[in-house]
Design a protein around this ligand. Structure first.
Ligand code: PLP
Ligand code: ZN
Length: 442
């Protein structure tokens, strides 16, 4: 592979890569991931003592997530593959905050990224590194959104891209992966089957992996989501961040980002509590939190429509659980119907479009509010990891069956039940009778 050109430095403080499994260290020219020694998760390490970055320096810059370039792994600006990802708004939601009995509910609207999810941050970082390493072909297994993002960034960088997808992934993602010119490999079964097929093909063909926690670089890109939350709050931390957790890349990124800004003295507050939200149909991490374990037990029969968080065997669970423990966070699981209903409530009271997977986090925050887990002066951030357009058919289907009276908080349980039922109605019935409940209520 070509050696990195360092003529035009980014000023990155990255120093080496550390394996969290065996403590082996590697240079930044390592191109075979995960750890070649033990298969463990690789984590870039930075020399913070060499940096004199201030909050003001960062505020004075604009552009994409690459304004935090000293804390990202790419060494040469020419290798950065960017479409303006990041710098997404932190949107105030006063109506829902009042209903939840908290001072502020803020939605970090990651749907406003180039391919409409937070995946763009991780893939911009990972594909920039593929570019820096002189790779020609990248690949990954994915629940869908990461594949769409990878295919977009690979197209921008002029790289070939192979995406291994579970057959249940939504049409929007499948269509757009192909629109970007990537090669789509669809597999039966759970995402783990797509993962196994990818590993075999990767080894046979020598592809450069951009897979979750195989590449050391996706959680680096996701750190910027945390940086931006703290920057938007004038370098203060919210009380809690609720995160829809699948593989945990974003949650770990937010956690690592907090620790870096604390180390640099840019943030002086204690960490926000990091709360893992999952669905009842697949909640290995929440179950481990409740049982106070250091590692999850794999789920044998995952069953959720929230595909982004239906990850039955998340390899990074020890790291996720460490972040939750150290940040004094928690775990919450919700039924699919609650996720859909939360997304509808957000769309109908605040105007923000949220996909069903991200609805899991909002539903989790609502459940925690109902259970009295928040104080009246709390600021809670929910990450809207993906835009409503990603699951618009599901949302429209549920909305047609959701009487407008369910907007009243008291009707929430009933609304969740109806949203859940509507998800399972055969399409012929929906077509014949598009909105029986609303017509009854009028
Ligand atoms: C919209 C959305 N939210 C959350 C997740 C889970 O992300 P993570 O791997 O960072 O836990 C995914 C992953 O596919 C996703 O697409
Ligand atoms: Zn190792």
């Amino acid at each position: 592979m070509a050696t990195a050109d360092r003529r035009d430095p980014t000023g990155t403080a990255v120093n080496h890569i550390l394996c969290r499994g065996c403590d082996e260290t590697f240079g930044m020219d390592l191109t075979t991931f995960p750890c070649p020694e033990c298969g463990g998760i690789l984590d870039p390490q930075y020399d913070y003592s060499s940096m004199d970055l201030t909050g003001k320096d960062i505020e004075d810059r604009d552009g994409s997530m690459w304004k935090y370039r000293e804390l990202l792994p790419v060494s040469n600006t020419e290798h950065i593959v960017s479409m303006g990802e990041g710098e997404t708004p932190l949107i105030e939601c006063p109506t829902l905050a009042e209903k939840m009995g908290i001072e502020r509910l803020l939605i970090k609207d990651e749907g406003q990224n180039p391919t409409n999810t937070f995946k763009d941050r991780g893939l911009s970082a990972a594909i920039s590194m593929a570019n820096e390493h002189g790779a020609e072909t990248v690949g990954l297994p994915t629940a869908g959104n990461a594949g769409q993002s990878a295919s977009a960034y690979a197209a921008k960088a002029g790289l070939n891209c192979h995406v291994f997808l579970n057959y249940q992934a939504g049409d929007v993602k499948k269509d757009l992966i192909e629109a970007h010119g990537a090669e789509l490999h669809i597999r039966e079964g759970t995402i783990d089957n797509a993962g196994a097929a990818f590993t075999e093909a990767k080894e046979e063909n020598g592809w450069y992996t951009v897979t979750t926690f195989e590449t050391p670089f996706r959680h680096e890109g996701k750190k910027t989501m945390g940086f931006e939350i703290y920057e938007a709050l004038d370098w203060h931390t919210p009380d809690e961040i609720v995160y829809p957790t699948g593989g945990g890349v974003g949650l770990i990124g937010i956690w690592k980002g907090y620790k870096e800004l604390a180390e640099l003295g840019i943030v002086n507050d204690s960490s926000p509590s990091l709360t893992v939200a999952q669905t009842e149909g697949s909640s290995p991490v929440v179950d481990a939190i409740k049982a106070q374990k250091d590692r999850h037990d794999p789920v044998s029969d995952p069953n959720s429509i929230a595909k982004g968080v239906e990850i039955p065997d998340p390899g990074a669970s020890p790291w996720i659980l460490e972040a939750v423990r150290e940040s004094r966070g928690d775990g919450v699981s919700v039924p699919d119907g609650a996720a859909v209903d939360a997304a509808l409530q957000l769309a109908q009271s605040e105007g923000i479009e949220m996909c069903v997977t991200a609805g899991v986090a909002l539903a989790g925050a609502i459940k925690r509010a109902e259970r009295g887990m928040y104080d009246s002066d709390d600021t809670v951030v929910v990450t809207n990891c993906g835009a409503g357009v990603k699951t618009s058919a599901r949302l429209g289907q549920a909305a047609r069956y959701r009487p407008s009276s369910f907007n009243e908080w008291e009707g929430a349980d009933l609304a969740v039940t109806w949203a859940g039922l509507a998800l399972h109605l055969p399409s012929e019935i929906q077509a014949a009778c598009p909105n029986p409940l609303r017509s009854l209520s009028q």
